[in-house]
Design a protein around this ligand. Structure first.
Ligand SMILES: O=C(CO)COP(=O)(O)O
Length: 249
């Protein structure tokens, strides 16, 4: 059975005070669920967030990390820094990191290798842009993103990988992929992994959908066979919406 996961990517939102308040509300209202529930606050609030959720099953995860062990990388964060404050999972490859911070497939491959070497679990994000879909190139783009960043991994490394398919045109736009579009792409991703590795590895990896998931559309998207959960942006910033999305899985 694949892990079901609902993860909230808070991006550059929520002060420390707001982080404490939202986590208190989420912890108090968290429904009984088989899904893993994760939240990714900004770096400066991670340590406090870990404390905030100590008595709940919510996992605090990081939004990014550097590929070097340490050194002269002003403004960056290492895997050891995350591990030392009790973080076990990191998002790598978010489209905003790719678009605004110049993160290439090559850089992302290095980050994934470092994270796995340190025993961090990776939520790896990828997805096509609008022009790719319009020009019917979306499958090629997604396959090349997977290949360039992940297909150098040894088979056993895949047990620490979670995938998040996030079509860029659906992020923060209010426009979602239809449940059928999400299922079609998730099935393609699984087949691409099965072709490169094995069916067992492909069947075991959780593939989350991200891009304007809301309480109103979550249930239908999550009902699809190859959709194992969601990576939630805007709707993760309000406790009631995030709880409703967890309830929908
Ligand atoms: O980028 C996302 C999650 O990582 C999705 O963001 P939205 O849910 O705001 O579209």
């Amino acid at each position: 059975m694949r892990a079901k996961i609902v993860a909230g990517n808070w991006k550059m939102n929520k002060t420390l005070t707001e982080t404490n308040a939202l986590l208190a509300e989420l912890s108090g209202k968290l429904p009984d669920t088989d899904a893993e529930v994760m939240v990714a606050p900004t770096y400066v609030n991670l340590a406090a967030a870990v404390e905030d959720v100590k008595s709940s099953t919510i996992q605090v995860i990081a939004q990014n990390m550097h590929f070097a062990d340490n050194g002269a990388y002003t403004g960056e964060i290492s895997a050891d820094m995350l591990l030392d404050i009790g973080i076990n999972t990191v998002i790598i490859g978010h489209s905003e990191r790719r678009a605004y911070f110049g993160e290439t497939d090559e850089i992302l491959a290095k980050k994934v290798i470092k994270a796995l070497e340190k025993n961090l679990r990776v939520v790896f994000c990828f997805g096509e842009e609008l022009e790719d879909r319009k020009s019917d190139n979306h499958f090629n783009i997604v396959a090349s993103q997977l290949k360039n960043a992940l297909f150098n991994l040894k088979p056993e490394a895949w047990s620490n990988i979670v995938l998040a398919y996030e079509p860029v045109w659906a992020i923060g736009t209010g426009e979602t992929a239809s449940p059928e579009q999400a299922q079609e792409m998730h099935a393609f991703i699984r087949k691409t992994i099965a072709d490169e590795y094995t069916t067992e590895i492909a069947e075991a990896v959780s593939i989350l959908y991200g891009g304007s998931v809301k309480p109103a559309n979550a249930r239908e998207i999550f009902s699809k066979a190859d959709v194992d959960g969601g990576l939630i942006g805007g709707a993760a910033l309000k406790a009631d919406d995030f709880i409703a999305i967890i309830d929908a899985i």
